[in-house]
Design a binder for this molecule. Structure first.
Ligand code: TYD
Ligand code: MG
Length: 450
């Protein structure tokens, strides 16, 4: 006869052990171990599923259902999620508290509710608070959205399973609770369990589930990272310091490209789309010493970004290199290449470097722009107005061509870029833009000296 084994589970992170422990080795929580029910024990898996088997299916005979995506009409959103929401997907939108997740979800659901049935569970705010926000957003009238402030997961699941709406929104998942579990809402164990049940709701009943979740700084309460492997789509809503801008970024998408960006602006009437971000970025630029324009691909869209360099004679023994938005090593390396090949004393200078608009990029196609920004600041000479640098730089000081240049050139032309700085062997389709090509960094000097 099989002997029943006793096991203990951490109520915080579900770590299992055969002995009771005072402190969980996984999450560090004290007094969190509870004895497992007999069927939950470590050996229960084999006993409960031992008799069953499945019929394996060749992939070629699997039936496919052409699913029409749920489009909201908010173009920035629809593009980021891959051309509309895939029905039956499980999505999470995360970001700092107060960044605008609830605002975005409300605006989005109002749009979607015009064509689809949407159930909105507000687990954090009362219905009166949600109504107040809807009034502020001027989207109260005519909206077919259905609300509840229910936060008990089993009630939410039952409601959704019975009524079968197209979309279930839960704002936020951290406040949702499973009444059978004794841990607090927002703990890792609760989040895992909630996430698992919501995933089953989405997959088994083909109901799209979208949840919001905060990123927290302390790390004591479980963050939405716990859910990332469970969901199909992970979206981050991030804030930029200036112009109240909000960037929506897809970091995981089983139905589309990742790193796609959507731009919004928080105003008195909620989040407004910024369809033409490059126009806005270019309007803020001016041809001054230290500034160079580059273009990088974010998702499927090329962005025009201004690099800003400041070089100044160092007053300290060890000159400073302060870089934000770019890889620190990239700037240090290019400064070293310029020093070696151009015989300029950059190593005696403090170098400060940043990207306009608080963006952060990682692309070697910005090498040439970095070199030009550094030289422009060093010689205190601006680059020609509306000129764009697209090229890599090798350790030997050679300028190298970049991939997919036609994307960047097409976008640059739309915004009246007049001049392109590229590698001598870079193939550029005929354009009405002036092209200036270089073999090596040495030739860049001519742009700053007469
Ligand atoms: P909210 O959507 O509640 O953030 P989250 O759900 O991510 O915590 O947004 C809160 C902030 O947005 C709050 O500081 C007020 C601001 N806000 C506006 O500026 N304009 C608006 O129209 C709305 C609805 C909110
Ligand atoms: Mg909120």
């Amino acid at each position: 006869m099989a002997k029943n084994k006793t096991a203990f589970k951490c109520a915080e992170c579900t770590y299992q052990t055969v002995k009771w422990l005072g402190c969980c080795p996984e999450c560090g929580q004290w007094n969190s171990f509870v004895e497992l029910q007999e069927q939950e024990g470590l050996g229960s898996l084999k006993a409960s599923g031992g008799q069953k088997s499945v019929v394996m299916t060749p992939l070629s005979s699997v039936a496919m259902h052409q699913k029409e995506r749920l489009c909201s009409g908010i173009a920035e959103w629809d593009r980021v999620v891959g051309g509309g929401i895939m029905p039956g997907s499980f999505m999470i939108i995360t970001g700092d508290p107060g960044i605008g997740k609830s605002t975005l979800l409300l605006q989005l659901s109002v749009q979607l509710a015009q064509r689809y049935t949407v159930f909105y569970f507000s687990t954090e705010e009362s219905l009166a608070q949600v109504k107040d926000r809807a009034q502020r957003l001027d989207c109260l009238m005519g909206a077919q959205l259905l609300f509840s402030d229910q936060a008990d997961l089993s009630t939410i699941l039952e409601t959704a399973s019975q009524a079968k709406p197209d979309l279930v929104i839960i704002d936020s998942i951290q406040n949702c609770y499973v009444s059978q579990t004794q841990t607090a809402p927002g703990s890792i164990a609760q989040l895992r369990e909630t996430g698992f049940h919501l995933m089953r709701l989405a997959k088994e009943q083909n109901i799209t589930v979208m949840v919001s979740g905060h990123i927290n700084k302390e790390g004591t309460i479980a963050g939405p990272k716990t859910l990332e492997h469970l969901v199909d789509v992970v979206l981050y809503l991030q804030g930029e310091d200036r112009w109240q801008s909000r960037v929506l970024r897809s970091v995981k998408n089983r139905f589309g490209t990742i790193n796609e960006l959507g731009f919004f602006q928080m105003g008195v009437n909620g989040l407004q789309e910024v369809p033409n971000i490059n126009e806005q970025l270019l309007n803020e630029m001016s041809p001054v010493p230290g500034a160079a324009l580059v273009s990088v691909l974010e998702g499927s869209r090329p962005l025009l970004l201004e690099l800003q360099a400041l070089t100044i004679e160092s007053k300290l023994g060890i000159p400073q290199r302060v870089v934000s938005g770019l890889d620190h090593k990239q700037v240090v390396l290019i400064a070293a290449i310029l020093e070696k090949h151009l015989k300029i004393r950059l190593s005696m200078q403090d170098v400060f470097f940043k990207i306009s608009g608080g963006f952060s990029v990682k692309s070697s196609s910005t090498d040439l722009g970095v070199a030009l920004a550094l030289l422009s600041s060093y010689f205190q000479r601006p680059l020609p107005e509306k000129s764009l640098a697209l090229g890599e730089i090798s350790l030997t000081g050679q300028i190298k061509p970049i991939n997919q240049i036609s994307f960047f050139v097409k976008e640059a032309q739309k915004f009246g870029i007049k001049q392109l700085f590229v590698a001598y062997n870079q193939k550029v389709e005929s354009t009405n833009v002036l092209i200036k090509s270089f073999h090596s960094v040495y030739e860049l000097l001519a742009l700053f000296t007469d």
